[in-house]
Write a protein that binds this ligand. Structure first.
Ligand SMILES: Cc1cc2nc3c(=O)[nH]c(=O)nc-3n(C[C@H](O)[C@H](O)[C@H](O)COP(=O)(O)O)c2cc1C
Length: 327
């Protein structure tokens, strides 16, 4: 699978997720074998202020890549300038966000709101494509709402504007993250354009990726929420697509080892205080479905240090071992 002149080792892509796909998460996705890893969305307005926090969102030091840096905004000139900045920071791909449904984003004519103004969307795509020598991609939804489904039209426009691939999340902006993703729209876009189409929405298990590819003909899959607390999903998907085999789920030992590694990585990149706060949600996802997880989540939420969290996890592991002595 190619995106422009970039060859991906496989068609499994980790999704851009604000507040989630930071450097630690990207390294885990990369280690799990993803063919392409995406950053969180980066505001082109925030970029103008040159803040350390914003710059760190696309600091790719130590990452093997290839990495796609996603930018969002509504001003073609600023978008083009931002694309150059992220390209110079080592991005292999620049992705334009046309799918974010958040009110604070769409009210500024950014994210999914661009699907309601195709002339502006076109200006942005053309400006960004012209400004960089790396492939430019666009991530979109099905449309703004059920009355204005226009992913096919936007994808055609993207192709004409020189965009190298499009990602389609099969929900409208109105749906936010509710309901089921409509994979038919991915198939419709695939039939309408020659550039690669990346399918996205509701891949929760490796077999869902295979089903999406078969049902829609998409060239690659993008996985978001399914990998929360479950970075193994990337490896399982790559493996299933390559061999047809289903890898086993990680055992208790591997789960806890991963949590501690993830925690320590975030602490090393962002400092202990941020790590303790930001890892709460990740730990909740990692522990989902385990016996007595609510009690442990509460304890983790009270913890103030990395060592404190590790101690809670060690105790919990011992507790769980009583019930699953072999793992
Ligand atoms: C917490 C969270 C943050 C997200 N942030 C972004 C983002 O920054 N840029 C983007 O294009 N999509 C973002 N998304 C959407 C995902 O990339 C993806 O399109 C969506 O979750 C559907 O895929 P999934 O069913 O595999 O999760 C976000 C989703 C979640 C759950």
């Amino acid at each position: 699978m190619h995106i422009g002149n970039l060859k991906l080792a496989n068609p499994v892509i980790s999704a851009p997720m604000s507040g989630i796909s930071d450097k630690a998460f990207r390294l885990l996705a990369e280690e799990a074998g993803c063919g392409l890893v995406c950053t969180e969305m980066v505001s082109v307005n925030a970029l103008a202020y040159d803040s350390e926090r914003t710059k760190f969102m696309f600091d790719l030091a130590g990452e093997k890549g290839p990495t796609s840096v996603q930018i969002f905004g509504s001003d073609p000139v600023k978008m083009a300038a931002a694309a150059q900045i992220v390209r110079n920071a080592g991005a292999a791909v620049v992705d334009i966000n046309m799918g974010c449904p958040a009110p604070k984003v769409v009210k500024n004519m950014e994210g999914c709101r661009l699907m309601t103004d195709l002339p502006l969307a076109r200006k942005i795509m053309e400006a960004v494509v012209k400004s960089v020598d790396i492939p430019v991609t666009v991530k979109m939804r099905k449309g703004w709402d059920e009355h204005s489904v226009n992913a096919v039209e936007l994808a055609r426009l993207a192709e004409k504007s020189g965009v190298a691939a499009v990602t389609v999340h099969g929900r409208t902006r109105d749906q936010f993250y509710s309901g089921k993703a409509d994979w038919n729209i991915i198939a419709e876009v695939k039939n309408a354009v020659k550039i690669p189409v990346i399918g996205n929405g509701d891949i929760k298990e490796a077999k869902d990726a295979l089903a999406m590819m078969r049902q829609t003909g998409c060239d690659a899959v993008m996985i978001g929420r399914g990998a929360l607390g479950n970075p193994w999903l990337f490896r399982q998907t790559v493996h299933l697509l390559e061999t047809g085999e289903v890898l086993p789920r990680p055992d208790l030992h591997d789960r806890f080892k991963m949590i501690v590694r993830h925690l320590k990585m975030v602490a090393s990149f962002k400092g202990e205080n941020r790590a303790v706060r930001e890892m709460r949600k990740h730990i909740a996802w990692y522990l989902k479905g385990l016996r007595d997880a609510a009690r442990v989540r509460q304890a983790v939420n009270q913890a103030r240090t990395v060592d404190g969290i590790i101690e809670i996890l060690e105790e919990y592991k011992k507790f769980l071992r009583q019930f699953t002595p072999c793992s």
